[in-house]
Design a protein around this ligand. Structure first.
Ligand code: ADP
Ligand code: NA
Length: 350
């Protein structure tokens, strides 16, 4: 079997928000206790959203500071930025030749981001999932903690791994570099694992505070729609107070949240921050009005997030230290990536 290994990435585009924190970064921190982890600031991916960045290096440092402030240990695990390890881009090119255009065209994130004028979207935006597959598979990572919105990209990563394993099965056998993969009642030999997402919990998909049908996102023009990781206590309280809700009290059972997306979202945020379940939150707050629940949620959010914001500010005051962490992580990641790429080149015959 493949050695268990965690990989995940976050783009250096704008402020991190509560959705990124609960859906991704908190899971990164929890997983490092039991697994080997590689956490990456995916700066090459961010070029698909914005090619010309005034402050790309600084945004990369911000995300790194958030990782460290949240509790990721860069000595025990690997923290680096993607562009330091060019094997990501090399493998992405090979995967561009493995994957099919039709697979990319079906990605909902591409359709959302490209909008109506699809012919005019960058080729990079279309190929984004191919680079993501390379990020993961260049380390032969077995598990990827992500928010619910990344499920489809992870399925595509498995499709690419499977097609590569299948297309090159003879070479993989000849070179003796395959690992047994159980697929139903069949066992195949593959070079790349079929990577599993680590999704779930009450906060896998945090919605906008202003509209329960949209996910909380960096790109939402309304600042009231999201809580940024760097918001101060007053701002956090104000945004929660202004969050859209309905006039009903909270139910005491989960079923009572059906067709109340804004209420369900706030309960999910509370559960995520308190590291508990929505059921447990409703046990405590069922029957209460939002005039009671919102201040409790605001206090909890401030308690959990303000220390991270403070630590991020402290770390950002020493950019040289952050760059050192990224340099060291990049060197360690590069060794692992190159060992796998050597084999990939052998398999392909490059
Ligand atoms: P964004 O989607 O905000 O542009 P990224 O693409 O860099 O940010 O995503 C970083 C991580 O945060 C990914 O694992 C993604 O699934 C997760 N994530 C983003 N938005 C949310 C959300 N609203 N709820 C839960 N997780 C989210
Ligand atoms: Na995303």
């Amino acid at each position: 079997a493949f050695k268990p290994l965690i990989f995940s990435g976050v783009q250096p585009t704008g402020n991190l928000h509560l959705g990124n924190y609960l859906g991704a970064i908190r899971k990164f921190v929890a997983l490092q206790e039991t697994m080997d982890c590689i956490y990456c600031v995916v700066d090459l991916h961010s070029l698909t959203a914005q090619l010309v960045h005034e402050d790309l290096k600084d945004q990369t440092r911000q995300i790194t500071a958030a990782f460290l402030a949240a509790g990721i240990d860069p000595d025990k695990h690997i923290v680096f930025n993607q562009s330091r390890v060019m094997q990501h881009a090399e493998l992405a090119w090979i995967f561009n030749c493995v994957a099919r255009i039709g697979w990319m065209n079906r990605m909902t994130q591409f359709k959302d981001k490209a909008g109506k004028d699809r012919e005019n979207a960058s080729l990079g935006l279309l190929a984004y999932p191919s680079l993501m597959a390379a990020d993961i598979l260049v380390y032969r990572a077995t598990h990827v903690p992500v928010g619910d919105d990344q499920k489809q990209h992870l399925e595509l990563t498995r499709d690419i791994a499977q097609k590569f394993n299948n297309d090159f099965s003879h070479r993989i056998a000849e070179l003796g570099v395959g690992v047994e993969i159980q697929m139903g009642d069949e066992t195949v030999n593959g070079f790349f694992p079929l990577t599993e997402p680590v999704i779930g919990g009450p906060a896998a998909r945090i919605m906008s505070l202003r509209d329960g049908s949209k996910k909380m996102s960096k790109s939402d023009p309304s600042d009231l729609s999201r809580i940024n990781l760097t918001d101060d206590a007053d701002t956090i309280s104000k945004k929660i107070k202004k969050a859209k809700t309905d006039p009903e009290a909270l139910p005491s059972e989960i079923a009572g949240l059906a067709s109340r997306p804004e209420a369900e979202n706030l309960v999910g945020i509370y559960a995520g921050l308190a590291d508990t379940s929505k059921e447990a939150v409703l046990k405590e707050y069922g029957g209460q009005q939002f005039s009671v629940f919102k201040p409790a949620l605001a206090d909890l959010a401030v308690e959990k997030m303000a220390p991270i914001a403070g630590e991020m500010r402290r770390l950002m005051a020493d950019p040289g230290h952050i760059d050192g962490v990224l340099r060291n992580g990049g060197e360690r990641a590069g060794v692992l990536a190159e060992a796998n790429m050597k084999t990939v080149r052998d398999i392909i015959g490059l």
